[in-house]
Design a protein around this ligand. Structure first.
Ligand code: SF4
Length: 338
């Protein structure tokens, strides 16, 4: 792993057992994540997008070892420059990493204990990790509240006294309290009104630049991640099907699924007319994925031989542009302004 990379994930798999019957025998597996590989540079934002159930949240949780991976490596370069495989760490060795690798959750209300004040919520990680208590903790909480655009005079208030956007700011302050280096933001604006989403996105972008953070930004909506992400990885049924710099993906998608996601993004220029592609059918179950290319039952370009029988592999077919599609070199797919 080159020095500029903070994280490198290789062939990550997260298969959850399906247990049935009185004896709870394992009768199958849900392949929530099935061979995902990507790398993230320092101070980069990688967007991870795809429909619900595609495995993007499971990737985030597995990278942070909230789940133990079924297989694969998660190489992380620590603040001290050590290269650690998070996938194989013993539980006691994970705790120090929890300071460096943190998560922002989707629902700011359910992720905050309603019976605790904002001071307690933001200060708790400082206490747990023995970083600050008493007056020093209060000062750090006040500084963090200011950093995320909240009035520190409200630190004795409870989460229900804040709006949805403010609650997400509390969640972000709590995440920042331990000065992390890598943040996995799991749908951090999906539960917010559209008018508030832009404010929170701008806050995250500003904090990333100011604090030199690295972010994995998970969302189901490509239009949410496109502005904040340097690169975007598109997931479908547990696999990455396309990955490239954001602008390139929007302008020039190479995978038919990415083309459909791009078609739903409103163009910045209202004079540009786009044709929205509505995908027929449902996302297949990761417990019983289709043969060949997992996207073939919904793909309007699928052919009946190769696509149905042979699974495509993710390959770099243009510089820094990876795609898993047999026909990627032949198709001319529509992007925004493309
Ligand atoms: Fe569609 Fe075939 Fe490409 Fe899969 S491999 S995305 S089915 S064209």
């Amino acid at each position: 792993m080159n020095d500029e990379y903070i994280l490198e994930v290789n062939n990550l798999k997260q298969h959850f057992p399906i247990r049935t019957g009185f004896f709870q025998r394992v009768t199958g597996h849900i392949k929530a994540v099935d061979g995902v590989s990507f790398a993230v540079k320092r101070n980069e934002v990688l967007g991870l997008v795809g429909e619900s159930g595609c495995g993007k949240t499971t990737v985030g949780r597995t990278v942070l070892r909230l789940y133990d991976p079924t297989a694969g490596d998660i190489w992380y370069r620590t603040e001290r420059g050590e290269r650690i495989n998070v996938a194989t760490l013993k539980a006691r060795d994970i705790k120090p990493l929890r300071r460096e690798m943190r998560m922002i959750f989707q629902d700011p209300f359910s992720s905050l204990n309603p019976r605790r004040t904002v001071k307690d919520l933001i200060g708790e990680p400082l206490l747990i990790h023995g970083i600050a208590k008493g007056k020093a903790m209060e000062e750090r909480v006040a500084a963090l509240m200011t950093e995320v655009g909240l009035d520190p005079n409200y630190m004795e208030r409870y989460p229900h006294e804040f709006s949805g956007g403010q609650r997400q700011r509390i969640g972000i302050a709590r995440t920042l309290s331990l000065s992390p280096r890598l943040i996995i933001a799991d749908e951090p604006v999906s539960a917010l009104d559209v008018s508030v989403q832009a404010q929170v996105l701008n806050l995250l972008q500003g904090l990333k630049d100011e604090l030199g953070l690295t972010l994995i930004f998970i969302a189901h909506d490509l239009s949410v991640v496109e502005h904040i992400s340097d690169r975007i990885a598109v997931m479908y049924v547990g696999k990455i099907v396309e990955m490239s710099p954001s602008e390139e993906l929007l302008r020039h998608p190479l995978h038919p699924y990415a083309e459909a996601l791009v078609s739903a993004v409103p163009p910045a220029d209202p004079d540009i007319k786009t044709q929205r592609i509505i995908l027929e059918g449902d996302v297949p179950s990761p417990a019983n994925p289709p043969s060949g290319c997992v996207f073939h039952p919904r793909c309007r370009y699928a052919n009946q031989s190769t696509c149905v029988e042979v699974e495509p592999v993710l390959e770099e077919i243009e510089p820094d542009h990876f795609v898993a599609c047999h026909l990627a070199r032949e198709l001319h797919l529509a992007g925004i302004g493309g």
